[in-house]
Design a protein. Structure first.
Length: 401
């Protein structure tokens, strides 16, 4: 059975988010449900191929059900950039609302999930990164999710730290796994026999503790300030934090040097957001400046995606979500013309309105019979002298909201 109440809530949330994205200059983009597997093959392991749902078309070409939205948007932007003349303007900011399909092989994980996010193809600057986080925070405020926290990290910090040392891919993967799990005991044990100098080994083993406000993290890293990876990462994040202060969202951000995203195409700043009542991130994002190079062009980019199912469940249910309709109008023959005119006026103002049907599924039940106008809600009943007075009351309610 279709859950219309949940659908109404989701639609309202999507509309609210779209308005916020558009207020920052983003325009809606759409990608295909089926993408060529070859396109994903051009990129260095962005995701596990086993997670993709594959099929072949009538030509025998291997396709996948869209497992990600960032890659196809980046690919199409790169192709457009190749064809574009230098003097021609290009759209650089896009948002989307689309399903993605992945099989995680976990019993309770759905294959199909709805994502809503943005992709921004503009130069990499600390203030640009801060503005993306500010947009995400602004969106959560719009949804009455004011109590939220962003964790911000740097995707390449571990690789930069350990780059001078000849570690195998398997060794690096295991180090990242232990950091992600914040398993310091096993991490120290694993690092002990590796050919890494003492300072780098100490930094790596303590990465899970480099967490907190920028001041707290800077204090904990003070001992290692001469390390080039530490210095470069900390300097950049400090500049991001200064911009976040200007945008007014610094109090909702903590820094985590152990934050590692499973999407390999993230190359610099990465972040995720948590809200009250949800035990996993409702948003993940980051900068992927190197991705487009794999499609034949070089253009920096940053983006994020909201996981809509947990986000919708966290958003407080509004009164309008509890009703399938706004207004149901019943009338007698004498009031027929006035009732139709009222319905059309309400619909012009986007009230969901039905005629000739008394419905418990409506927020307002309007009765126009025996020369009287009664409006009934779940908590009260009102009487109006004429249709104009009733219409004015609806316009005032809409203005108040």
């Amino acid at each position: 059975m279709v859950n219309t109440t949940q659908e109404e809530k989701t639609n309202r949330i999507v509309q609210t988010m779209a308005k916020r994205f558009e207020s920052y200059g983003y325009r809606k983009a759409q990608t295909q449900a089926f993408e060529t597997y070859a396109m994903y093959g051009e990129v260095d392991h962005p995701m596990d191929p086993r997670d993709m749902i594959k099929l072949t078309n009538y030509d025998g070409e291997l396709l996948v059900l869209r497992p990600d939205v960032t890659l196809p948007i980046a690919y199409r932007y790169a192709e457009q950039l190749k064809r574009q003349k230098e003097t021609e303007p290009m759209e650089r900011k896009f948002y989307y609302v689309q399903e993605v399909f992945r099989q995680t092989f976990q019993p309770n994980d759905p294959i199909e999930t709805l994502q809503m996010g943005i992709e921004c193809f503009e130069p990499s600057r600390p203030e640009a990164d801060a503005e993306i986080i500010a947009l995400a925070s602004h969106t959560l405020h719009d949804l009455n999710l004011s109590h939220h926290t962003f964790e911000v990290g740097f995707a390449t910090f571990v690789d930069d730290l350990l780059a001078p040392y000849d570690l195998s891919t398997n060794e690096l993967d295991e180090i990242e796994r232990l950091i992600r799990a914040k398993n310091m005991a096993e991490l120290q044990q694993f690092l002990q026999p590796l050919a890494i100098d003492a300072q780098a080994k100490e930094i790596a083993s303590n990465i899970p503790t480099f967490y907190g406000t920028i001041e707290v993290v800077e204090e904990r890293l003070e001992t290692y300030a001469t390390n080039e990876a530490v210095k470069e990462t900390l300097d950049y994040l400090k500049r991001v934090d200064e911009s976040l202060t200007l945008f007014g969202v610094d109090q909702q951000v903590v820094y985590d040097f152990g934050l590692i995203n499973r999407m390999d195409y993230y190359s610099h700043l990465i972040f995720q957001a948590y809200v009250e009542g949800v035990g996993k991130p409702v948003l993940m994002g980051g900068r992927y400046d190197d991705l487009s190079q794999q499609f034949g062009v070089a253009t920096p980019a940053i983006g994020f995606a909201f996981d809509m199912d947990p986000l919708v469940s966290a958003v407080p249910t509004a009164k309008e979500d509890e009703y399938a309709l706004d207004v149901a109008i019943t009338y007698d023959e004498a009031a027929r013309e006035a009732a139709i005119e009222l319905a059309m006026n309400l619909r012009e103002r986007f009230y969901r309105t039905v005629l000739g049907d008394r419905s418990d599924g409506a927020l307002y039940d309007v009765s126009m019979t025996d020369g009287q106008i009664h409006v009934r809600t779940a908590t009260r009943e009102e009487t109006y002298d004429n249709v104009d007075a009733l219409l004015r009351s609806f316009i005032e309610r809409q203005g108040a909201n």
